[in-house]
Every structure is written in structure tokens, then in C-alpha cells.
Design a binder for this molecule. Sequence first.
Ligand SMILES: Cc1cc2nc3c(=O)[nH]c(=O)nc-3n(C[C@H](O)[C@H](O)[C@H](O)COP(=O)(O)O)c2cc1C
Length: 195
Amino acid sequence: MNSEFFNMNAENEVVIVGIGGSLRKGSFSRKVLEKAADLMPGGSSLRIADISTIPVFNSDYVKEPDKSVIEFKKLVLESDGFLIVTPEYNYSVPGFLKNVIDWASVPNNVFATKIGAIMSSSTGMMGGSRAQYHLRQSFVFLDSRIINRPEVIINFVDKKINEKGEFADENAIKFMRELLSNLVAEVLVQKSKKS
Ligand SMILES: Cc1cc2nc3c(=O)[nH]c(=O)nc-3n(C[C@H](O)[C@H](O)[C@H](O)COP(=O)(O)O)c2cc1C
């Protein structure tokens, strides 16, 4: 697995794993995820997982999964929290992303008690909100601690990319910054309880 570090990690830094819901070259949700990496509060960093080679889920292989699954699960376990940026497919979570979450949930659920945040983006008017709520529902079963506020729902995302190809909507960026700050703050509370 070839994950990318966006900010260099100092010792004791909060490390959040970033999970994107689209493999498409030029993916808008990927651009939002990359923007989130830039917006991480001081003392934290976002590590974007490469989940492009994770196979289609099959329960027959959960005890001896593909190397890409083992590495992804390890990355989540070793991270202090997670951030998912998902598009919406047919009013729900893209199958590709749900597939990755399914692998990560059995036989050991690496998302259990993890603190996470979810953002959605789509080219449509609803900004992937239906996908985001379906995803939140899965994380209830997975017993994760998802930060509820603010909701980051980015509609017409294709119109919010600048000439450099970066996500650049000031209003959305304000909410992204706030959500990431709440995520890291909650991680620090959890860490302080453990130490
Ligand atoms: C199979 C498929 C289903 C889609 N369904 C929805 C949908 O239900 N709601 C929506 O807002 N956009 C929908 N879209 C449009 C996506 O929001 C748009 O393609 C988006 O750019 C995908 O994310 P990406 O740019 O990160 O790949 C759909 C696109 C595809 C390919």
C-alpha cells in the first residue's frame, strides 16, 4: 500500500487516516480530501489511504485477506481517527467505499470506538447528503464515534474547483476547518483519557 503523508508527522502528533470514496482520475471528492489535508489543525496530519487495490468482499477470505486489506486495517488501527469524503451514487454510498468498510469490519472491527468525521460532495444539489447519512448509519453499527457538527455537505462540487484543479469554496472550507478542528479536539480528549 502506498499511502501519502501530507504533513510530516512529529512525535505525538495526531494522525488521521483519510479515506476517499472515488477512484476516478480527477475525482472531485478526492480534491476535497486533499484540501482537508491542507486544513488540518496544527499538531495533526492527514494520511490518505490507498484503497485502490482492495478486492471485492468475500467472507470466505476474511481470515486470510489480501495484503491490501491487512495494510488498510493496520493503517486505521494505528491512526488516532479517520476522515471519510464520499460522493453519492444512486442516493447512497458508492459500492467501492462500502466494500472497503465491510472488509475493515470483520473478523475484527477496526473502526470500533474510533473517532471519525464524514464529508460528502456531489455534482448534484443535495451534495451527497443521502450517502453521508447512510454512511453514518453504518458507523452506528460499527460503534465508531462520529463527530456530528458541523455537517460538511458540498453540492455542485464540480463548480467549486479553481484553475489549479484544487477545491476552493471559501464557505465550505470554513465548515471543513471547523469539523477537522472538532475531530482533532475529540481525539485529544480520548488520548488524554487513555494516558
Ligand atoms: C453511478 C453514479 C451514480 C450517481 N448518483 C448520484 C446521486 O445519487 N446523487 C448525486 O448527487 N450525484 C450522483 N452521481 C453524480 C456524482 O455526484 C458525480 O459523478 C461525482 O463527481 C462523483 O464523485 P467523484 O467526482 O469524486 O468521482 C452519480 C454518479 C455516478 C457515476
